[in-house]
Design a protein around this ligand. Sequence first.
Ligand code: SF4
Ligand code: SF4
Length: 471
Amino acid sequence: MSQQFIGHDDVGILDSPEEVLTTLTKEGERKWIYPTPSKGYFYKWRLIVGWALIALFLALPLIPINGRPALLFDVLQREFAIFGFVFYPTDTLLLLLLAISVAIGIILFTALLGRVWCGWACPQTVYLEFVYRPIERLFEGKEHVRKRRDEGPWTWDKAWRKGAKLSTYLVISLILSHSFVAYFVGWENLIRWIQSPPTENWGYFVMMAFTTGLVMFDFTYFREQMCTITCPYARFQSVLLDPDSLIVSYDEDRGEPRGRGKKRDGLGDCIDCYACVRTCPTGIDIREGLQMECVACTQCIDACDDIMDKMGFEPGLIRYTSEHELEGKKTRWLRPRTMLYSGLLVVLLSAFTLVLANRGAYDVNVGRSVGEPFMELPDGQIANRLRFRVHNQTAEATSFRISVVAPDGAEARIVGTQPITLEPQEMTRTEAWIVVPPDAFEDGSREGTFRLTFDDGTTHDVSFMLLGPSG
Ligand code: SF4
Ligand code: SF4
């Protein structure tokens, strides 16, 4: 695919009416952009927040809480550890409440603060702006130098610079992909797989190569297109934002009519210097109004504030504001939709806390084993083979025994030995024959009640329909 370049001379605005994206021509060719960093007030704070988040991302799979990583979404073992709480697919209600709370939280957050997530905390922005682009500048120089070199022929200078950049990218991408995969398989598994030869763990090797390749592709080539073309969150902006949401916006009343030069007779404060466009990582012109491609990174605020300072004007021609504020009205933080979302969130989180607090120490589930529904033993008694799945939801090791409460005269014959031990948070499956006198059955069935007695004295009764001869 051939590329066109956007830099100091040809800033990232649409070149023809048929173009729909500033980084794509109407033929679908990529326009490469070279955003100039604007190291102002917001940049400094974003840098601090960004590196704090990177440290957190790398640390969370390593920090143990209650014997589990702080965050673990173990797809192989089908368990999720979230800050010391362990959830299983059977915790349907809890997981559902958590998922809906997260969704409502995102909707509320966006209605209030717009795309603050995109500009300040999204890994795509954080890693691209504070890790990959600085490395690029280190090896290939400033934007105008890079642009000139990229447009020129291949030379030794160009080759070694790109080679060094890509090698460093590869090392960083390997670290990121390992850290990312650790969230799904745990560090212990990861280290075991790393230490063994690829021939013993082809699955791991392929998964890691694929993840690293994706990270490399994204941060080396795809970059802002992840936000402008692929990310679904950007597509929902039109329904999530309203005129009171926080946005990064150009103050048209103050800036227009724009014009160059120190003499401002009849002109607004915009000197048409294009500093806001040159710094934009998605190549847009914020003066065209709120656009889906804007990731609210605040770079145009910093760039414009610097120009305003040099011109001796007040800062804030581009600023955090709301559509209502730009129209001279007050921004309303409390409005029907934000109050509704907040109320819903309080209800959902209260329900989640309540269900979590009342979750028993042990979760017991009983079902029928595969095979015949029942068996008649030589002594005439009827045997049902049942499967007990027991989950120890405490931080202590325990053991338990299974006995029969009803019907009278029935007994449990465990496949294996009793007591059955369980490590903290462990789930086990055990099978038992429930042997019942034949006269216990009426019309071919009879409800049985089974008691699990744990070594801390706790008992847990479960019932299940036993099958037997009818009549
Ligand atoms: S940086 Fe400010 S003054 Fe310069 S073009 Fe953008 S809005 Fe106008
Ligand atoms: S318009 Fe401004 S806030 Fe939006 S992406 Fe471009 S530089 Fe960032």
